[in-house]
Write a protein that binds this ligand. Sequence first.
Ligand code: SF4
Length: 479
Amino acid sequence: MGTIKQSVATFGVNRALKYLSKDPEKNIPKVMEMVDQFCPDDLFVAQRYAFRHAIETKNNWYQLLLHGVRDIDPGVRDNFFSSFLVNANLIGWPEQERNREKYGCNIPWAILLDPTNACNVHSTGCWAAEYGNRLDLTGDDIESIIRQGEALGCYFYIYTGGEPLVRKHDLMDICAAHPEATFMSFTNGTLIDEAFCQDMLRVKNFVPVLSVEGSAETTDARRGTGTYARVTHAMELLREHRLIFGISACVTRENESTIASEAYFQQMIDWGALFCWFFMFMPVGVDAAPELVPTPEQREHQIRFVREMRSKMPLFTMDFWGDSEYVGGCIAGGRRYLHINAAGDVDPCVFAHYSNANIHTSTLLEALQSPLFMAYHDNQPFNDNLMRPCPIIDNPPKLAEMVKASGAHSTDLQAPEDAGDLCAKCAPISLAWKPVSEGLWDSFQRASAEARAKRDAELAGKAAADDVDEVEDRTAASA
Ligand code: SF4
């Protein structure tokens, strides 16, 4: 990380945080002005515009911002600003872009890694394939991944599994050793207790994301009887300790109507979650049931519903497929993220268990330049219709073609699945989605063009008003 830039940004953030602690409501606009000063003009334009709009109109996003500033533990909140907002985004993103040019390959914004494949709960259709007997990444493995990731500009690490909190003490040591990075962890929540909350308050840079599939019935059906009660208890603890946490929801054909409902969004807010990640059930793995994948109508409903809720609910939401329009399509293969399993295999995506590289024998950069990752790099986006972003479920021959051409092998150690078989299973799903996705893409493109035109006109108006102010100031000064 450029040290001068880092110190200037850190200085700015510290100043901003002092303002925030004093009087959040009055000083949020000042903090936004500071972010604008540090951020290059062409970086995160839409996001910064959305924040400014939220502050001006005091809409649902503003309520969320205020909640984050007022109700989160100050140490945790301040670390989140510096490690996530500044390091992972304002500083990390441009560094990733530079390295992308320099090395001619994708460079990730986030690295997902499985500290272990062990789990204390068995979930139907869990995205982590069952990798045989227990495997762990060692502390040195994880340390090396972070060191190499930071050298490329990556300051955001997300634990998957298995159940990462099976190794919660090791994970706290890693957080303490890397206060400059943000660590997020998907978890079933059942291992979160008072002592662990105290640990999270100590290290300040660990954000749990609890898996909840809608109601008690749907969660327990997927994750085992009693899981829902344990997860809701974990959320009570997290809220009491003023910790940042989110929810992840796997949308299936059975629970879509529960998850895509206003009542469920309100429930997540009442639990104290600041954000939710939606994933669609993927038929990955030899035993995975394609009939659990949401129907095209459900998928469309889910995407539209999440967007509708964004205009009224104080909850930050990300829809792994539905938001691909905002990130230019598939983000795997290191384009924005990659996945390292507990055996050290470097997969392009948590759902694509194929690889030519292992961190025990390759550097992270070599993995990014390996044949399968370069195939992702060279073929992205996989479809001009960004509502069909995925080489697995939306454009199934693509995954099989890339795996074959690159000579990648299956990294599912228990039951390797041939990429051709997986793609054959996804072919009818993709065919059914195609016509629905086309209507959706047309309507989203029209809506985006209108929103862009409105934003550009407002920004142009603001720039003109600023110019007039400047001339008036100069005239007054010289009078
Ligand atoms: S491979 Fe599919 S699931 Fe993975 S990031 Fe790309 S679009 Fe998403």
